[in-house]
Design a protein around this ligand. Structure first.
Ligand SMILES: O=C(O)CCC(=O)C(=O)O
Ligand SMILES: [Fe+2]
Length: 402
């Protein structure tokens, strides 16, 4: 994804460049992402306070596509529990227990749906390379009435239509996570409401439908968010962290390869490990270490917001290289559009970006199915397909009944 912002930044220390004719891309160790307090949208507030927050979001989305989010109302103790229970699962469960909730092919005899469940070390592939991570993927449950029998007959599932496969250990994990999911969805809603206001799409219109382009357009198209939550465990990579800037060609292993998130907004929670998550700045060559701030989410916008805004706000590339101490844990919550939401550039954003649409539009469900197949079923070495080619896939999409 190309980035053409006019962002300029002052490096905090000398950058290591072009030694022995080799290009060295710097990694800035001090995070300078903006910090946005969302409380004006999560609690009673004044129009002026909301306007100031919306303006700060607009700036952050143009300049970085990433920011820290505070004032969301979820207690830090809850966030800490989410991380510590994920750590317990990864480090204390025997492999046999992890395998019990393994992601299995849709339609197969094990009742898998091709998406939910545990992925072993190296199974997640980004840009054709195996990520050094293990993970559990949880999704919004498919609406019961809209389920259809999988191609293997009764007891088998279509893609994405199976039940979530919850870790068995620790046993409090499932109720804790369910309660957290209901809280974090409210934060996602507040955030997309603020984003609609930030784009100055106009006040909410009476009798609005999903396609009405007012400031609530994102709220309506995420009101049955087909959310995804990942628990990710990262063992540290072999090479120790000895330098603040790194030659790109030295990096042969990734905890999570360079990517943009494919949905709407990501609310990322991580343990305190520094230096692991790196965000590509708008100069397209400087990586910024987005170190965690206690109690704050790291938020980034995904490809669906880029498409809705016709590229006014771009989804930003990021990656994880964990060479620090210990086993790193993160739990991103992807607040996504409704499965059936039609995602096409908004008229006002098309006008503001020169009048040409970057995409003709399709539903989030179609987009997601393309991503599920690309990422989960690609063999090492295969090139990741570009967004433009996504339309060439033919998927038979069951309707989500919502
Ligand atoms: O673990 C992290 O810090 C980020 C993970 C991530 O970018 C993703 O899962 O999309
Ligand atoms: Fe990501």
């Amino acid at each position: 994804m190309s980035t053409t912002s006019d962002l300029s930044f002052e490096p905090t220390q000398p950058l290591d460049c072009n030694i022995d004719g080799e290009e060295h891309y710097p990694v800035l160790p001090i995070s300078s992402l903006p910090i946005i307090d969302i409380s004006a949208f999560t609690s009673p507030s004044t129009p002026q306070a909301r306007q100031e927050t919306a303006a700060a979001i607009n700036r952050a989305c143009i300049d970085y596509g990433f920011f820290y989010l505070t004032g969301h109302g979820i207690p830090t103790t809850t966030l800490d529990t989410i991380i510590s229970q994920a750590r317990q699962f990864f480090l204390e469960s025997p492999l046999s227990e992890k395998i019990q909730i393994k992601r299995r092919d849709a339609g197969g005899p094990h009742g898998g749906d091709g998406a939910r469940g545990y992925q072993g070390m190296g199974e997640n592939i980004t840009l054709g390379r195996r990520d050094v991570q293990e993970a559990v993927d949880l999704y919004r449950e498919w609406d019961h009435e809209a389920k259809t029998v999988g191609k293997g007959g009764p007891g088998t599932h279509q893609v994405l239509q199976g039940p979530n496969l919850w870790p068995l250990h620790p046993k409090e994990l499932k109720p804790t996570y369910e309660s957290y999911i209901s809280q974090v969805k409210h934060v996602g809603e507040a955030l997309v409401r603020a984003m609609g206001q930030a784009l100055e799409l106009g006040p909410p219109l009476p009798n609005a439908t999903a396609s009405t382009e007012d400031s609530e357009v994102f709220v309506r198209n995420t009101d049955h968010s087909f959310w995804v939550m990942r628990m990710i465990g990262y063992p540290k990579l072999a090479k120790p962290l000895t330098q603040t800037s790194t030659s790109e060609s030295d990096i042969t292993e990734f905890s999570c390869g360079e990517h943009t998130d494919y949905g709407c907004v990501t609310l990322l929670l991580t343990d305190p490990t520094p230096g692991a998550l790196q965000v590509l700045l708008k100069d397209s060559k400087t990586w910024l270490a987005a170190d965690p701030i206690p109690g704050a989410f790291v938020v980034n916008i995904g490809d669906m917001i880029e498409r809705w805004t016709n590229g006014l706000w771009k989804s930003t590339r990021h990656r994880v290289i964990h060479r620090g101490e210990g086993y790193r844990v993160s739990v991103p919550f992807f607040y996504e559009p409704n499965f059936n939401a039609m995602v096409r550039p908004l008229g006002k954003c098309v006008e503001r970006t020169g009048g040409e649409r970057i995409h003709q539009g399709n539903t989030y469900g179609e987009h997601l199915m393309g991503k599920v197949f690309n990422n989960f079923y690609k063999e090492e070495g295969e090139e990741e397909e570009e967004e433009e080619e996504e339309e060439e896939h033919v998927y038979i999409l069951p309707e989500q009944g919502v």
